[in-house]
Write a protein that binds this ligand. Structure first.
Ligand code: SF4
Ligand code: SF4
Length: 359
């Protein structure tokens, strides 16, 4: 446990908290973009350890939560085709679409299977040549390279029965939209660790240059997060706005160029629809012309008109405008056993984090 213990040392944590207390002179709001940060912040009680004038607000960094109902409805419609096996990551099963969910459809007898990696979809396609296997491809930049590799394999192996329902997203354009909308005051960003291993720090430069906000790419252990907060407070107090890397043991400025190249072999950058944030330019991907035959959106289905639950505030929670405590359904009607919105389904979802850790 040597490496884990190193990042949970109580003495070092107290030292960092003192540094934060000494440096912080004014009320500020910091957004943690990534869902895993939200969970770590709650799990280790970090909100209670830092001075009350530093408020942490949760952002849109849970890939399950930001998938819009229109795409969930599309997956549900595809799963209803008799010739389709729908393949997805576990969390997507329970996310409610407009009128159903993949879990309900499975109970109705549809062939829907949970996988841990997009590469598992290849195997299912090979084993079921008489079926159309559709992989519901959600995720951020962390997941996109493995999805691209699966697509390249499918093409190489001439797998004619594997398709991808693409709903992948890119994080920096969502941050741009949040800053541009000015609906929530954000003094600085705790940036996602895993996403940044792929994209590096350059795609975030606009945060400092165009919006003059500091941001720190931060790891997930308690000491990482405390150090990230301290680095942000220091920048704010010194009047600086830079993109810094706290998570240096994993993240490098240039990211992972090989992984990025794989993604761009298959996809081109396109607009994408986000729950709560709407259509955001250049925040997603579409298939390049040479990979069109793998696009599940070419398979004919009738998709219902998407509707949101009228009382679910997930869209506002994802933008940091509301907390789950401001949703009337929280805890009483909506809980992990009976989730009304995706923010309560996913382990990275803000509503589930509040439910588990906030008494
Ligand atoms: S993939 Fe990693 S970095 Fe991205 S939101 Fe999930 S935990 Fe955060
Ligand atoms: S508590 Fe449930 S209903 Fe309320 S915003 Fe969160 S997911 Fe939606």
């Amino acid at each position: 446990m040597k490496f884990i213990d190193e990042f949970r040392d109580g003495g070092i944590a107290r030292g960092l908290i003192q540094k934060i207390e000494k440096s912080s002179s004014r009320p500020i709001q910091l957004m943690e973009v990534c869902g895993t940060h939200t969970v770590s912040i709650f799990r280790y009680g970090i909100r209670k350890l830092i001075p009350p004038q530093i408020q942490l607000i949760s952002g849109p960094g849970c890939p399950v939560c930001v998938t819009p109902n229109s795409d969930i409805d599309y997956a549900i419609a595809l799963s209803r085709r008799k010739d389709v096996i729908l393949v997805t990551f576990g969390d997507m099963m329970r996310v409610p679409g407009s009128t159903s969910s993949l879990l309900k459809e499975k109970a109705e007898g549809r062939d829907i299977r949970v996988v841990y990696s997009s590469l598992d979809a290849l195997k299912i396609a090979e084993e079921n040549p008489d079926k159309k296997v559709v992989f519901f491809a959600i995720g951020f930049e962390t997941t996109s390279p493995t999805i691209a590799v699966a697509i390249l394999h499918a093409k190489e192996e001439r797998l004619r029965n594997l398709f991808f329902l693409n709903s992948q997203k890119k994080i920096p354009p969502a941050i741009f939209t949040l800053l541009q909308s000015k609906r929530v005051k954000i003094n600085g960003f705790i940036l996602p660790g895993h996403v940044s291993t792929i994209i590096g720090s350059d795609p975030y430069q606009f945060i400092a240059k165009e919006f003059f906000r500091p941001a720190v790419i931060t790891g997930f252990e308690p000491l990482d997060i405390l150090q990230g907060i301290w680095m942000l407070v220091r920048q704010i107090e010194e009047g600086r706005a830079e993109i810094e890397i706290q998570y240096k043991r994993v993240v490098h400025k240039e990211g992972n160029p090989l992984a990025l190249r794989k993604v761009l072999e298959v996809f081109e950058i396109n607009q994408a629809q986000w729950r709560g944030l709407g259509w955001i330019p250049e925040s997603g991907y579409r298939f390049k012309a040479s990979f069109q035959e793998l696009d599940a959106r070419n398979l004919y289905v009738e998709v219902e008109t998407p509707r949101e639950h009228p009382e679910c505030k997930c869209g506002e929670v994802l933008q940091g405008i509301k907390t789950p405590l401001q949703c009337r359904l929280f805890r009483i009607v909506c809980n992990p056993e009976n989730p009304v919105g995706p923010c309560m389904v996913s382990v990275e979802g803000t509503c589930q984090a509040y439910y588990k850790f906030q008494s």
